[in-house]
Every structure is written in structure tokens, then in C-alpha cells.
Design a protein around this ligand. Structure first.
Ligand code: 5RP
Length: 217
């Protein structure tokens, strides 16, 4: 089974968690896009969606789904999004699509975070996928040096400006044996907006698609 087919399976499986008249938190990326396409099939039964990126907001609007601001709705019953890596403890690396900060905000404001991914994303230890960090532009070099002190190899993501007007640094070669601790440490560095570790607020449910269908963790 191709990763695309696996992503389609979990996008469909996530629909089981959606109830009528809800406002849904919606993530960013190719798997989230498939989920948005599934949402479009029941759009008459949804009150709306809060998107974690301008790209997802555009896709939702193109399907005729009402996009709302988080401030308009308060807390959300559910957030559905993909991931770049996940452990069996549902600690994640996210931000491959540069939307990590809004993703973290929408996840934090949601009662349940359902993460959907193809099963190649399941890892024993986080860190093979470079950890994205959203950084205020003037802090680029400073944050890079701090990440070297933490054992990483920071690479500036060329040509990318986030929806919040910031830059992304991808940190390679980290062995993340304590993601909860590292998430805090990196967030305390001046100039860091947030980092792509979703460990303190990880996923509540992980749906993995693969040759055997959908596995729920
Ligand atoms: C975007 C993300 C995505 O969830 C992550 O990159 C996974 O993307 P895809 O579903 O395309 O594999 O964090 O910032």
C-alpha cells in the first residue's frame, strides 16, 4: 500500500470521531488535506472549522466549509491533524509544513487531538525527522547557536516565511529521549516562538494507516 493510500484510510477513519453541529479544528499537510476533503462530504452537518494554516483555511473555504477564528468559538471538541513522527506514547514531531505554532494553539484549545498518519511515521525515538522551530527573524543565529549547545545541527529553511511572518530552523541529529523536557527547554530560548515537539500536549488518539488497515493507538 502506498503512503497516499494509507493517508486516505486514516482520513476516512477520523470521520468516525466527528459529531454533527461541531466546529472542528483542522490541521495542515497532505494527510490533513485528505481529511478536509472527507469533511466536505458532510459539510451541511458541520457548524464550521478552525484552521491551523492559511493553506488549510483556503482548502476548507474552497469546499464551502465555514472557516472561523479560534477567538470566535473558544474551545473545540476535536482537532484532527497529521504528524511527521510519532512514538507509541503519541508524542509527536510536527511542523514539516511550517504550521507548527498555529497547530500547537489549535491542539491546545481542543478537548481531543486525533492524529492521522501513515504507519511510516511511527518511530521508537523522535528525532530522525529534523525538529522544526519557528523563530523570530532577528534571533536566527542566536537560536541556531543555542541549538548546537543542545546537540543539534540547525539548518535554516530557505525561502519559507510562516503564516505568522517568522522563519523556520530545522534541527537535525537530535536524539530525543525526553521530548517533554526538550520541548520546554527549546521554548525557553529567547526568540523561539515554539518548537515542533508535541509532547506536553501530544495526541489523544493516533490513527496509523498501513497494509493491515487502520491501527488505533
Ligand atoms: C505541518 C505538519 C504536518 O502535520 C506534518 O508535516 C505531516 O504532513 P503530511 O500529512 O503531509 O505528511 O505538521 O506543519
Amino acid at each position: 500500500m502506498s503512503p497516499e493510500q494509507a493517508k486516505q484510510l486514516v482520513a476516512e477513519a477520523a470521520m468516525e470521531y466527528i459529531e454533527w453541529d461541531w466546529v472542528i479544528g483542522v490541521g495542515t499537510g497532505s494527510t490533513a488535506n485528505l481529511f478536509i476533503d472527507e469533511l466536505a462530504k458532510i459539510k451541511g452537518q458541520l457548524d464550521g472549522a478552525v484552521a491551523s494554516s492559511e493553506a488549510s483555511a483556503d482548502r476548507l473555504r474552497n469546499h464551502g466549509i465555514k472557516v472561523m477564528e479560534l477567538d470566535q468559538v473558544g474551545s473545540l471538541p476535536i482537532y484532527v491533524d497529521g504528524a511527521d513522527e510519532s512514538t507509541k506514547h503519541r508524542h509527536l514531531i510536527k511542523g514539516g509544513g511550517a504550521a507548527l505554532t498555529r497547530e500547537k494553539i489549535v491542539a491546545a484549545a481542543s478537548d481531543k487531538f486525533v492524529c492521522i498518519a501513515d504507519d511510516s511515521k511511527l518511530v521508537g525515538m523522535l528525532g530522525k525527522f529534523p525538529l522544526p522551530i519557528e523563530v523570530i527573524p532577528m534571533a536566527k543565529s542566536y537560536v541556531g547557536r543555542e541549538m548546537v549547545k543542545l546537540g543539534g545541527n540547525p539548518i535554516f529553511r530557505e525561502g519559507v516565511t510562516t503564516d505568522n511572518g517568522n522563519i523556520i530552523i530545522d534541527v537535525h541529529d537530535l536524539s530525543i529521549d525526553n521530548p517533554v523536557d526538550l520541548e520546554s527547554k527549546i521554548n525557553q530560548i529567547a526568540g523561539v516562538v515554539t518548537n515542533g515537539l508535541f509532547a506536553q500536549r501530544g495526541a489523544d488518539v493516533l490513527l496509523l494507516g498501513g497494509a493491515d488497515g487502520v491501527t488505533t493507538i
